[in-house]
Design a protein around this ligand. Structure first.
Ligand SMILES: [Zn+2]
Length: 238
């Protein structure tokens, strides 16, 4: 087990998240009660290892639900753009709020089911991870998407109005340069979330290749889920 820590007092192997040695009750680390939102965001840029350690050590997983709520807007917008580009189903603005609500549900379900899948897979590989650490890790690793939903979505809307969502005509025809710059920023945001997810899994498990593979699976499945979002009115394309 790579994610274990040896007690300096008795040598017993404890899980890396343990605060007190299971064998001799020696204190292995300081108590961390809460996750501080802004410090964590900043630390993820500077020292991702410390940022994720704090997340795992924290007894209370603060802000997870608020973050999921804000992130689900991006999840919805991305799904909407993807649905319209591929003409999978055409997004109707009359149903906007209903579809937004639906996206919250899909996104929450995705994060909690994926974390369960991750926990169970880790167990098969003999790696112990806690469920709440896992969904906190995946939620926090997506924080660059908050930047994307706040700044990029506003820019996209300011530049292209609803054409950014309908893709009829495509923003690449209306203002090609601006459209490509925004696309590049979107791509950078996605790469950044991948980088953070890999770091988080690595800090949690101690395995580099496992972290890389699972980080990629997480980001790919997240975007696949966005692409597959069924929006109302429910079009059946068989
Ligand atoms: Zn001990």
């Amino acid at each position: 087990m790579k994610n274990s820590i040896e007690c300096p007092n008795c040598g017993h192997k404890n899980n890396s998240i343990d605060r007190v040695c299971k064998n001799c009750h020696f204190y292995l680390r300081e108590k961390i009660a809460n996750i501080d939102l802004w410090t964590t965001f900043w630390k993820m840029l500077e020292t991702p290892r410390k940022a994720f350690q704090n997340i795992f050590f924290a007894e209370k997983k603060n802000y997870v639900f608020i973050l999921l709520f804000v992130l689900s807007f991006k999840f919805c917008f991305n799904g909407l753009v993807l649905a319209n580009i591929t003409k999978k189903n055409i997004f109707v603005f009359d149903e906007f709020y209903f579809n937004l609500l639906l996206s919250f549900g899909y996104f929450f379900l995705f994060i909690f089911l994926f974390s369960l899948f991750y926990k169970l897979t880790s167990k098969i590989f003999g790696i112990y991870v806690r469920y709440k650490d896992s969904y906190t890790l995946f939620t926090y690793s997506l924080w660059p998407m908050i930047f994307a939903v706040v700044i990029l979505s506003l820019l996209q809307y300011a530049l292209f109005g609803e054409f950014y969502f309908t893709f009829n005509p495509s923003p690449f025809i209306i203002k090609p340069f601006a459209a490509y710059v925004l696309l590049a920023l979107e791509a950078l945001t996605i790469l950044f979330t991948l980088y953070l997810a890999i770091w988080g899994i690595y800090v949690q498990t101690g395995y580099k290749i496992y972290a890389f593979v699972f980080g990629v699976i997480f980001i790919v499945l997240l975007h696949l889920a966005q692409y597959l979002l069924p929006f109302a009115p429910f079009a059946i394309n068989l």
